[in-house]
Design a protein around this ligand. Structure first.
Ligand SMILES: CC[C@H](C)CCC(=O)Nc1ccc(S(N)(=O)=O)cc1
Ligand SMILES: [Zn+2]
Length: 252
C-alpha cells in the first residue's frame, strides 16, 4: 500500500515527504537540542507522573519498533505539570535504537500520552496540535539497567513484525532516571504520519543500559515471520530536523 514506510534506503526518512508532505513542515521532530540555546523558563514547573495504577496490556513488534500498550480508558496513568495544561494519559511506550557502536543520541525511549480532557480518542488527539505529550529519555551505554531486563527478556516473543504477546503488570516508572529535569518544545511524531501534534518533554538525564541489553533489541526484525528475508531491526530513528525558529525551553 502507498502508506508503507520504513528506515531503508528507498523507504526511509529522506523519502517520507513523498507520502507525508508534512515531513517538510515547521514543527518536525526530533531536533538536536543544544543546551546553551535553550531558554531557562522559571515558570516551567516539574513534570508530575502518576503511573502507580498503570495497567500494561501487551508488548508488540509493529515492524518499526517494539511497543508496550496501556489501558487508557480512564486517568489511571497520567503525566501532568511542566508545560502541560491538562493531564495526559499514558497510551504506549516504545524505543528507537542505533546499530552497534552508535554513540550519538540515537537510542531513545518514548512514552506517548494523549489529552483525554480535550479529545475523545487517541487518534483525534494524535492528529491535532498539542493533543499528545511524549516524554523522551535518552539511552546511554554503560552499566546494566537493573529493570530493563523485564523488557529485554520478553523481546524473543516479539521477534517478527505483527507479533503481540501479553505483558501485564509492568510500570515504566522503573525505567526513568532519578531527575526529570527536561527541555520542552513543540514538535511532531517522529515517524509517519508525522502529525505536528506533540508537546515534547525531553529528559536531560539519560537511562544507562548495557551494550548487551541494547543488543537484545537488535535481535528483533522489521520483517514478518512469513517473509523470507530477515532484516535486523536497528537504526529505526529519524535524524534531527530543522528548528525553523522554534524556542526550546528548559526546566531548572
Ligand atoms: C493517528 C493515529 C496514530 C498516528 C497511530 C499511530 C501512532 O501512535 N504513531 C506514533 C506514536 C508516537 C510516535 S513518536 N516516535 O513517539 O513520535 C510516532 C508515531
Ligand atoms: Zn518514538
Amino acid at each position: 500500500t502507498g502508506n508503507q514506510w520504513g528506515y531503508g534506503k528507498d523507504d526511509g526518512p529522506s523519502a517520507w515527504n513523498k507520502n507525508y508532505p508534512i515531513a517538510d513542515g515547521d514543527r518536525q521532530s526530533p531536533i538536536d537540542i543544544l543546551p546553551h540555546q535553550a531558554r531557562h523558563d522559571p515558570n516551567l514547573g516539574p513534570i508530575v507522573l502518576n503511573y502507580d495504577r498503570c495497567t500494561s496490556i501487551n508488548i508488540a513488534n509493529n515492524g518499526h519498533s517494539v511497543v508496550v500498550e496501556f489501558e487508557d480508558s480512564d486517568d489511571r496513568s497520567v503525566i501532568q505539570g511542566g508545560p502541560l495544561d491538562n493531564p495526559y494519559r499514558l497510551k504506549q511506550f516504545h524505543f528507537h535504537w542505533g546499530g552497534k557502536g552508535c554513540h550519538g543520541s540515537e537510542h531513545t525511549l518514548h512514552l506517548v500520552h494523549w489529552n483525554a480532557v480535550k479529545f475523545k480518542t487517541f487518534g483525534d488527539a494524535a492528529s491535532t496540535p498539542d493533543g499528545l505529550a511524549v516524554l523522551g529519555i535518552f539511552l546511554e551505554t554503560g552499566d546494566e539497567h537493573r529493570w530493563l531486563h523485564m523488557i529485554t527478556d520478553a523481546l524473543y516473543t516479539v521477534k517478527f513484525k505483527g507479533s503481540v504477546t501479553d505483558f501485564k503488570g509492568f510500570n515504566p516508572k522503573c525505567l526513568l532516571p532519578s531527575s526529570l529535569h527536561y527541555w520542552t518544545y513543540l514538535g511532531s511524531l517522529t515517524t509517519p504520519p508525522l502529525h505536528e501534534s506533540v508537546i515534547w518533554i525531553v529528559v536531560k538525564e539519560p537511562m544507562i543500559v548495557s551494550e548487551k541489553q541494547l543488543g537484545k533489541f537488535r535481535t528483533l526484525v522489521f520483517t514478518g515471520e512469513e517473509e523470507d528475508e530477515r532484516t535486523r531491526m536497528e537504526n529505526n530513528f529519524r535524524p534531527p530536523q530543522l528548528l525553523k525558529g522554534r524556542t526550546v525551553r528548559s526546566s531548572n
